[in-house]
Design a protein around this ligand. Sequence first.
Ligand SMILES: Nc1ncnc2c1ncn2[C@@H]1O[C@H](COP(=O)(O)OP(=O)(O)OP(=O)(O)O)[C@@H](O)[C@H]1O
Length: 292
Amino acid sequence: MRNPVIQIQDVYKSFLIGEKPSFWKRIVGGKDTRRTLEVLKGVDLDVLPGETVVLIGSSGSGKSTLLRCINKLEVIDSGKILVNDHLVGYRESGAGLVAESAKETARKRTDIGMVFQHFNLFMNKTALENVMAPLMHVKKLSRQQARALAEPALERVGLADRMENYPSRLSGGQKQRVAIARAMAMEPNVMLFDEPTSALDPELVGEVLAVIKNIAASGTTMVIVTHEMQFAREIGDRIVVMDGGQIVEQGPPEDVFGDPKHSRTRALLRRSGILDTPETEAVTVFPELDDD
Ligand SMILES: Nc1ncnc2c1ncn2[C@@H]1O[C@H](COP(=O)(O)OP(=O)(O)OP(=O)(O)O)[C@@H](O)[C@H]1O
């Protein structure tokens, strides 16, 4: 069996919350009131080649942070993340592992496509120029070579007739499809989607989901953070449920949605209208007595 494309091992991540006290405040002995918020608390997760893993969980459970750690948009406090067998943030040298430079991080990121909630398009460039930009500036392709990859990428997401449009002339769904084409044109071997439909009007969600499904069907390894439970159920090879910075349950969609084991999963699915068992579940006080 091939190695997992992504290996996340015992990852911890926290943020410092609050404002750094000013120089003058410190001079007069003012206290630093910042506090540490632990967002990831020992996460382990492997993603296999061609697999689509969907992260679900309540707001603030750490899904986006975990996704962002995979391509070093966030730096982990401890643990390890390997992508394509390379340790994120480090490179091998004769002397062992050394911290990688910003340039090396940028180069490694070309293997990992990322699609954000808010598209992140250049507003002063057409759809085609948006897709060509990283091909030229990161992959250093000529304009002609970049165009030869960008056009089919836009065709693939159904935007053959919108290539010359500026983002201001595109709907939210079309903008997100340009962002997907831009990531896919780089031919990454992993795609990360961070709530790709949550900034869209409901009637535009379907077209973006259809494009993502199409990419999944082509065998690209994907990790998707979403609140769209129906979509998660349809597209996920594996559903991973996060709560309070930890993975509380994972498995095939039919198990997680059909027979959720963890109380936090059941609460999440109830809130999403997927599970309609009553709020007051029977609580097994003495599980050992239930065995026979
Ligand atoms: N850069 C940051 N600085 C400080 N706190 C942060 C930062 N990024 C995230 N957080 C906090 O970390 C926690 C987890 O955030 P994260 O975005 O990972 O959750 P999530 O599960 O993706 O939530 P949602 O579904 O609402 O997007 C939240 O409390 C959030 O406010």
